[in-house]
Design a protein around this ligand. Structure first.
Ligand SMILES: NC(=O)c1ccc[n+]([C@@H]2O[C@H](COP(=O)([O-])OP(=O)(O)OC[C@H]3O[C@@H](n4cnc5c(N)ncnc54)[C@H](OP(=O)(O)O)[C@@H]3O)[C@@H](O)[C@H]2O)c1
Length: 259
């Protein structure tokens, strides 16, 4: 019986690569993002190449009603979700007090609210299944405060803490929750998060979205709780809690400074 994966943020970057992997593995897909044409192109490509069924649902997930609309779409189309991949996310580079509130609000609405709401909507049917998986995409930003991207880093702390907690609550059910924590990754994220001015991507090895997605898929299939991509990122995530937070915060500020 083919399984179905819901992937948010499938129009570019890590989400797009995850869609290719799930399709290659023979799973049907429900892909979501705002850019409908990209989703339509991807649907055509994946259906032809892998003989699977791909549904698309184009929406702005930062809108309050979108998660319920997406859930209703699944009901109308009798789609039962086996893999929920909450990947869509955005950041905003710069000083918080100089930033645009609409962009800050979108970070909270997308990275935190929609991820939590979708999880709340889909989990009850997932726990009825013998096996189901959630992948929530956080970041290495989840492990320390992030001056110049304060709200984004904090939103990823939330994703990590929320996901680890529900993973524990789901012990004894067939549902696993994996938090994928990529470090700097080649995608449209830099452009969409105004990060061209940050030194971060010059200072760390930058992974491809494909490698991160392959790693995340494997980790999810193994039921791994927290999956940090790459050795330098793993090391940094283990080391940063050992230092005083004020010091770590100052180091992140240095790394994030303008070019
Ligand atoms: N790239 C990195 O360095 C990096 C590092 C750590 C973690 N991450 C995380 O990885 C995840 C994927 O990011 P990425 O690197 O692949 O960046 P990306 O190429 O910018 O992809 C982001 C995806 O989210 C979708 N999206 C953005 N805003 C949305 C909204 N309001 N409603 C619905 N969909 C929306 C975008 O599609 P539309 O524009 O078509 O809506 C796109 O498909 C994010 O959660 C990000 O925080 C990225």
């Amino acid at each position: 019986m083919p399984k179905t994966a819901l992937i948010t943020g499938a129009s570019s970057g890590i989400g797009l690569e995850l869609a290719h992997i799930f399709a290659r593995e023979g799973h049907n897909l429900l892909i979501s993002a705002r850019r409908k044409e990209r989703l339509a192109e991807l649907k055509k490509e994946l259906e032809e190449k892998h003989k699977i069924t791909v549904h698309i649902f184009s929406t702005d997930l930062a809108n309050r009603e979108s998660p319920e609309k997406l859930f209703a779409f699944c009901k109308e189309n009798s789609l039962s979700i086996d893999f929920l991949v909450n990947n869509a996310g955005v950041g905003d580079y710069g000083l918080f007090h100089e930033s645009d509130w609409k962009r800050q609000e979108a970070i909270i609405d997308l990275n935190i609210k929609s991820l939590t709401h979708l999880t709340h909507l889909f989990l009850p049917s997932m726990v009825q299944k013998e096996q189901a998986c959630i992948m929530n995409v956080a970041s290495t930003a989840a492990f320390q405060p992030g001056p110049l991207m304060s709200n984004y880093y904090a939103s990823k702390h939330y994703v990590l803490a929320f996901s680890e907690a529900i993973a524990n609550e789901l012990n004894g059910t067939g549902v696993t929750v994996t938090t994928l924590c990529p470090g700097p990754t080649e995608s449209e994220f830099q452009e969409h998060s105004n990060m061209e001015k940050s030194k971060l991507f010059d200072r760390f090895p930058v992974a491809t979205s494909k490698d991160v997605a392959e790693y995340g898929y494997k980790a999810m299939m193994k039921g791994k709780r927290v999956a940090v991509y790459g050795v330098p990122n793993k090391l940094a995530s283990k080391l940063s809690p050992l230092f005083p937070r004020r010091f770590v915060t100052a180091v992140v500020r240095k790394i994030q400074e303008r070019k």
